[in-house]
Design a protein around this ligand. Structure first.
Ligand code: AP5
Length: 220
């Protein structure tokens, strides 16, 4: 089963993808997380990613597709994946369709998580992420048990460099012009489910689970 968690910055895609991995027994594939890891490694590719990410701009399709293709080919994604932050353009969505088709798969559900711009900004500027395990916190809505340390692994909590209000507004602009049109691409296939992204984490998780179509018999 292949699922896309879709939505603007701060919609809760990463938070919910992490929660769903256990329940669905599928890996989370987050192109944003992969790019941040590459950037942290100090590689030339990571520096290229940073040129775009720090400005709130989308990374060019050819770089993203190479990164994603390698990840999808890993054994843990053989039966499907929860895609978080990918695809981000219609060209990426079309390339994904072709890739999945070659594997005898298709996108089963696109969960479109809806939140307002004010909510997005508030969520993103108060987000903290664990450097060690990637656990996501919010200083008000989902605070860590002790300030500055991850409740899961004890790792250091950091603020993402692109989590300023100015950069979030740019990311949202990119979302509206380049990413939102993907929904039409998937609506034509009848796989889009809209979910209210406001509410407690358990509440939103329940809505997402209820919206996910059961997998076809040959993809269990
Ligand atoms: P990426 O890392 O994908 O960021 P994003 O899509 O902008 O989404 P975020 O990670 O900001 O938010 P989220 O929806 O995951 O929310 P979260 O769960 O953390 O991309 C970053 C950059 O990388 C892009 O700008 C681009 O440059 C590049 N990039 C990545 N993929 C690309 C691609 N495919 N093509 C081109 N470029 C690409 O939650 C946010 C906060 O809210 C947290 O603090 C959380 O605790 C809190 N929260 C979550 N749910 C709730 C709730 N229900 N109530 C209250 N608070 C909540």
């Amino acid at each position: 089963m292949d699922i896309i968690l879709f939505g603007p910055p701060g919609a809760g895609k990463g938070t919910q993808a992490k929660r769903l991995t256990g329940a669905l027994n599928l890996p989370q594939i987050s192109t944003g997380d992969m790019m941040r890891a590459e950037r942290a490694s100090g590689s030339d590719l990571g520096k290229q990613f940073d040129d775009y990410m720090s400005k709130g701009l989308l990374v060019p399709d050819e770089l993203v597709l190479a990164l994603f293709g390698k990840r999808l080919a890993q054994p843990d994604a053989a039966k499907g994946a929860i895609l978080d932050g990918f695809p981000r353009t219609v060209a990426q969505a079309e390339a994904l369709d072709t890739l999945l088709e070659s594997l005898g798969r298709r996108i089963d559900t696109v969960v479109s998580m809806e939140v307002s711009l004010d909510e997005m900004i508030e969520r993103v500027v108060l987000r903290r992420t664990c450097e060690g395990c990637g656990q996501i916190y919010h200083l008000r809505y989902n605070p860590p048990p002790s300030q500055g340390a991850c409740g899961k692994c004890g790792g250091k909590l950091v603020q993402r460099a692109d989590d300023t209000e100015e950069v979030v507004r740019k990311r949202y602009e990119e979302y509206l012009t380049k990413t939102a049109p993907i929904l039409e691409h998937y609506r034509k296939k009848g796989v889009v489910k809209s979910v209210d992204g406001l509410g407690g984490l358990d509440e939103v998780e329940g809505r997402i689970k209820a919206s996910i179509a059961p997998p076809p018999p040959d993809q269990t």
